[in-house]
Design a protein around this ligand. Structure first.
Ligand SMILES: [Zn+2]
Length: 330
């Protein structure tokens, strides 16, 4: 992985390059920004650049360290990532600390801790001791889409690089490389992605574009019967990508506000749902509250939180139908 292989993030990469060229890399970085925009790719390209045998503004991609880093087989690259349950296990961080006791004689060691916000407090405390006394010739990179949830003592020890969402052109190119060329799919995946390549690919691969149309009645729950509501909650809670669908609801609610405040249609995300958006019965105040409820529900089902999906979705839909705006998140 070379810096030049990465789409977007020119500003962020230039900051890292300047550090290499001045021989002033930080001991600890925090790469923050939306999930699925390439923070980890940049971290690996950085590791490659720091260990390349013929670095010249970028790693060569061909020397032994570059090839080993590409294969995740170089001893100077250590990566900790969340397990399938979405937590960063304490044993993993302990093992990293043990490996850091060994010195490195060539290049610079890079430790990537992906999903740093998924550490429980006890794990964070163990890591904190390492950050307080970082081993020599080592750079630790914490990656997080929720940096505000990290301990202030960790934040204060990191040089933070905030990654911007990807531009539409970059998302289009990533979709094209993965074989998505149908214009309507590309257009809607870009709009729903909010600048995240991961999200754009999920939307395109999992048919989120069509699925979200099935749940459009979230904008006019008044007309939904109780049994329809329970049926919808059941179906929705079983969706593999419930979090993406809830994100989609947020964009719908936002679109209603934009349209009511006189914004042009081209600024909307859900341009294929104009009729639904126009028929929305919520007041503007209710829209903001609904947006916040949908987000709270989404947060409650994502790791490390473990709310019961069925109950959380049911409570959300009941609140929207009855315009009962409090206490809906299980
Ligand atoms: Zn190289």
């Amino acid at each position: 992985m070379r810096f030049s292989d990465i789409l977007g993030h020119k500003r962020e990469i230039n900051l890292l390059k300047r550090g290499i060229e001045r021989n002033r890399c930080a001991g600890t970085y925090l790469f923050s920004g939306l999930e699925g925009i390439g923070k980890r790719l940049v971290a690996v390209a950085f590791a490659s650049a720091l260990n390349c045998e013929s670095y010249s503004g970028d790693s060569c991609g061909e020397c032994t360290p570059c090839l080993q880093i590409a294969d995740r087989a170089h001893p100077n690259l250590l990566v900790a990532e969340p397990d399938d349950g979405g937590t960063l296990k304490i044993d993993l961080i302990r093992e990293l600390k043990r490996l850091l006791n060994y010195t490195t004689d060539r290049g610079r060691r890079v430790v990537i801790i992906d999903g740093a916000h998924l550490m429980v407090r006890a794990t964070s405390s163990i890591l904190l001791k390492t950050l307080e006394e970082p081993p020599p010739n080592t750079t630790i990179i914490l990656i997080s889409s929720k940096p505000h949830t990290l301990l202030p003592t960790i934040l204060s020890r990191c040089q933070r690089i905030n990654f911007s969402p990807l531009k539409e052109e970059a998302i289009k190119e990533i979709l094209r490389r993965e074989g998505f060329t149908e214009p309507e799919t590309v257009k809607m995946a870009c709009r729903l992605s909010c600048g995240s390549a991961k999200k754009a690919l999920t939307v395109a691969r999992k048919d989120i574009i069509k699925k979200r149309l099935d749940y459009a009645s979230i904008l006019h729950m008044d007309g939904v019967t109780d049994s329809e509501l329970l049926d919808m909650a059941e179906r929705l809670s079983r969706e593999e990508h419930l979090d993406e669908l809830l994100e989609g609801f947020k964009t719908l609610l936002r679109d209603v506000v934009l349209l009511r405040t006189g914004q042009p249609e081209k600024k909307l995300v859900n341009t294929d749902m104009l009729d639904t958006i126009n028929r929305c019965a919520y007041s503007t105040e209710e829209l903001f509250t609904a947006y916040s409820l949908v987000e709270k529900t989404r947060e409650s089902i994502l790791p490390p939180n473990t709310a019961n999906k069925r109950l959380a979705v049911e409570a959300l839909l009941v609140s929207l139908k009855e315009r009962r705006w409090q206490g809906s998140v299980v």
